[in-house]
Design a protein around this ligand. Structure first.
Ligand code: CP3
Length: 335
């Protein structure tokens, strides 16, 4: 179980590797299933979610599986109606825009609201011979969808709400933190071996705003899981936030491709394991380019306290043969 060995800060036999968004549209076997089922149906049907989770493990030989789901899946438990529009992303019919709207939010109960997620985890535990990563969206990233009502380039509606109504924002963060902690605990009870908290859009915040408006909620989740399974904290474009995000209470810090891993190591010290950080776009290039860039990523940490990944999710256009070759390359690499 080299992935878990690395998460604990111990030395595995070789550098472990998995990919964010390893399940999904880059795989022909996923696209085939998607012809008959929409994505939320895949997420809500344990047999199908299990199959989709296993697809990249079989094909690519990665060292960890990630539960097939989406960060918006638990929002139904809060009474939020959400749809995932192809090539757009999550869309919410009635966004949260006021203190009054917050009263619409119901209490999240995993066994009642997302039984299919817990059942998928139990099924996977019987099938997998690599660790299973559970996950959730962090409060800021979830709030962005809830307040904007859909994907946004600059998160201006969500941030405007944050600035204009700091108390209502605080309440929203608290509710999302409470839900996410309960959700991740339920995933852990069902059997996941590690968890990743995705704060994909936190990079749109300055350190001062992140610390004031967002960090306490993410910290409540991560600290609330202390002593359970390894925790991974990840964001995109978060170079300005790395110390704050790592300080929120995590075992592994996910780094995007903009920050060289040796620079992240110097800034964060030796206590945290680093995950990343090949540019996902590099995987669209020819193998020579991928090899050169993967080698650069590997050399920066010399194979220690490192889990290889991309700096963000696999792009749908990626040739899975490149990913398979990358897994082999990382497994054969020596410092
Ligand atoms: O293999 C895996 O990594 C597990 C599956 C996974 C999905 N979503 C499935 C999915 C994971 C970990 C997520 C997390 C997620 N979802 C995040 C955080 C990670 C990140 O990428 O930053 C975010 C921000 C979302 C919200 C979301 N869902 C977006 C932006 C999109 C893409 C829209 C598009 O079509 O380009 C989705 C849809 C989605 N979630 C797909 C998959 C495989 C593609 C949809 C499809 O099959 O049509």
């Amino acid at each position: 179980m080299r992935f878990l060995t690395a998460c604990r800060g111990e030395a595995p036999d070789v550098v472990p590797i998995w990919f964010m968004r390893q399940a999904g549209r880059s795989l022909p076997e996923y696209r085939k299933l998607r012809e008959d089922h929409d994505i939320l149906t895949l997420c809500r049907t344990p047999d199908l979610a299990t199959e989709v989770t296993l697809q990249p493990v079989r094909r690519l030989g990665v060292d960890a599986a990630i539960l097939f789901s989406d960060i918006v899946v638990p929002l139904v438990g809060l009474g939020i109606e959400v749809e995932i529009k192809p090539k757009v992303g999550p869309v919410i019919a009635e966004p949260i825009r006021s203190v009054g709207d917050l009263e619409r939010l119901a209490t999240f109960e995993p066994e009642a609201d997302v039984p299919f997620v817990l059942e998928t985890i139990r099924l996977l535990k019987g099938e997998l011979d690599v660790p299973l990563i559970g996950f959730a969206g962090a409060p800021f990233t979830l709030a962005s969808y809830l307040v904007e009502g859909g994907p946004s380039k600059d998160h201006r509606v969500a941030k405007s709400f944050m600035y204009a109504e700091p108390e209502a924002w605080q309440k929203l963060m608290d509710r999302l933190a409470e839900m996410t902690l309960v959700y991740l605990r339920a995933q852990i009870d069902a059997g996941v071996d590690a968890i990743q908290l995705f704060d994909s859009w936190a990079g749109h915040l300055s350190p001062v705003d992140y610390e004031r408006y967002v960090l306490p909620a993410s910290e409540a989740i991560l600290r609330g899981l202390d002593g359970t399974v390894p925790r991974i904290h990840f964001g995109v474009g978060t170079a300005q936030l790395l110390e704050l995000m790592a300080g929120a209470g995590t075992d592994v810090m996910g780094i995007d491709w903009r920050v060289p891993l040796d620079a992240a190591r110097t800034r964060l010290g030796d206590d945290v394991v680093l995950q990343g950080n090949l540019d996902p776009v590099a995987c669209l290039a020819s193998w020579d380019v991928i090899e050169e860039k993967a080698d650069d990523v590997l050399k920066r940490l010399g194979g220690t306290r490192h889990i290889f990944n991309l700096g963000h999710g696999v792009l749908p256009e990626t040739d899975p043969d490149n990913l398979k070759r990358l897994v082999e390359y990382v497994h054969e690499w020596t410092p």
